[in-house]
Design a protein. Sequence first.
Length: 288
Amino acid sequence: MQRARAVMRSGNLIIHLDQPLNQDHLETVAGSTNQFYIDFEVADTRKARVQQRRLFFALLHDIEIWSFTPKDYLKEIFYTQYEIYTAGKEISLSDDTKSSVSDANTLLDLVIDFMLEWRVPFRKGYELLPRDQRYFLYQCCRHRVCTICSEYADIHHIDVVGRTNRNKVDHTKRHVMALCRKHHEEIEHIGPVQFSRKYHVPVEGIKLKLEDLKKLGIRGITVLKMKMFWNDIELFFYDWYLRHIKKPKCLVCKEIATLQLDCTPVLWICENCAQIQSELASEEESND
C-alpha cells in the first residue's frame, strides 16, 4: 500500500501523489484511467510507540521458541517481508526510528498473520496483543484461534441464533467472534458485559465475508443463495438453447416452444398457448 498526502475540500478527498499511477494497470483493473475506486485508510503518522516494539519482540520470542530460529534472524526476515509488502519501504523500531504507528502496525500484522497461519503458540506476546482491534478479531475468526487464549476456537455468534436452523441463517449479517469451548461457555454463563470487563476485549463481534464463511465450513443461507444463483444460470442457458439451437415447435401455433408436456411422445407448447389453455380450463371448471 502506498502512502500519499491528502486534504479535504468541500467534502471531497484530494490525494497528492508522489508519483503518477501506472496507466496500463488502471486500464486493466478499472477499465478507465479517469474514474476508478480506491481503498484507503487514515495513516497514523505519529512515531512508532514503545508498546509496539515490546509486542514485536515478544512475538518474535514466541516464534523463536517454536521454530528454534534466532530472534535476530527472524527480525531481519520480517523486516524484509515488510519491505516487499510495501514496495521497498524500510522500517525500524529503534528509539530514533522515523517509522510511524501505522508502519509498525503493518509489520505487526505480518507477524500475527504468520503465527496464526502456522499455529505458532502465543506465549509471552499474547497478553500484549491488540485484542481491541477489529483486524485481530477478524484474523482469530479466520484461523479459528481463540481471542482470549489462542487455543482452537469455535465461531461464537454474538447475535443469538437460538433454535433456528443454522443452514437457513444468513451468516454474513451476523456478528461473531472466535472463542474456545471454555471461553464460549464462560461468555454464555456470565454474559458479554462481565466477559468484556474481565478480559478487556470488545464483545460486539465482527461480520465475516462469504469467502471466509465457506473456508470455515459455516453453511447457511449464503450457500442457498449460491445454489439459487446457479439454478438461475442453468435455466437461462437452457431457455437460450431451446430458443436458438433446438427450436421445438408449439403443437398449437407452430411457433418456438419452451414448455415440455408430460406425455409420450414428447410434445412442446409455447408460453402464450399454455396460458390460453390454462384460462380455458379455468372457465370450463367455473361453468361446471
